[in-house]
Design a protein around this ligand. Sequence first.
Ligand SMILES: *Cc1c(COP(=O)(O)O)cnc(C)c1O
Length: 232
Amino acid sequence: MPLDQSVSIIRETISRNQKNSPLAAPSVTLLAASKGQSPEAIEQMLAAGVCDFGENRVQEAEGKWPDLQKRFPNITLHLIGPLQTNKVKQALALFDVIQTIDRPKLAEALSAELKVLSKKSPQNSALKTQCFFIQVNIGKEPQKAGVMPEDADALVDYCIKDLHLPVVGLMCVPPNDALPAPYFALLREMAHRNGLKELSMGMSEDYETAVRMGSSCVRLGRILFGQDSRKV
Ligand SMILES: *Cc1c(COP(=O)(O)O)cnc(C)c1O
C-alpha cells in the first residue's frame, strides 16, 4: 500500500477512537518514531504529510536532521530517548521538544544551559527547544527510563516552580506484558493533578487504546515505517 494511504488510514483510526471516547484529547499529534530510519524514508513520510518526528539518540539525530530541518522548516523534532547531561547543549540546539526529563540532575543541566543561552542573542540558533515533557516509568520497571510514579509530582513541581522550565506534559512507555489501559489512565490522572495538558502515550501496538485514554501524541514506529525497516 502506498505510504500516504497507510498514513491516512492511521489518521482515520485515530479520529475514530477520539470520537468514540469521552476521555479523548481534542487533537492528537501523529509522531513518526524515526530511529534507525534513513533520510530517504523520512522524506517519504514528510511527503505523506507527517511533520512530527521522534528520535531516540542525540548522536544519530545530529547526523540525520540538521539538513532535513533546513529543507523542511515546518518539521517538529522530538527527543523520545534518554538524554545524558553532557549532551544537553546539543539537544537544545536540535530538538523542538524534549520528552524525556526523568531526574532532577538533568532538569538542572537543561535549566543552566537555558540560562547561558538566554544571555546571548534572542534569535539564537543554538536554542531550538520550546517545551519539555517529564518521562514517567509508569510500570516501575527496572530496565526502563523515567521517574518513578511516586516521585513524579515532586519532579514536575521542581521543574516548573524552581527551574522555570516550560514543562507541558508527561510521557510513558507502559510494560509490554500487560494491558496498557490502566497505565495510560494512571499517567492521565498524574498529568491532570499537576495541571499538565499534554500526554505522550501510545505506540504501534497500543495507540488506539492510548487515544481513547486521552493521549495527545502517539509515537508510531513499526506501523508507519514497516516492521523490519530499521537500519540499526
Ligand atoms: C521506538 C519507539 C517508539 C515506536 O515504537 P513502535 O512500537 O515501533 O511503534 C515509541 N516510543 C519510543 C520511546 C520508542 O523508543
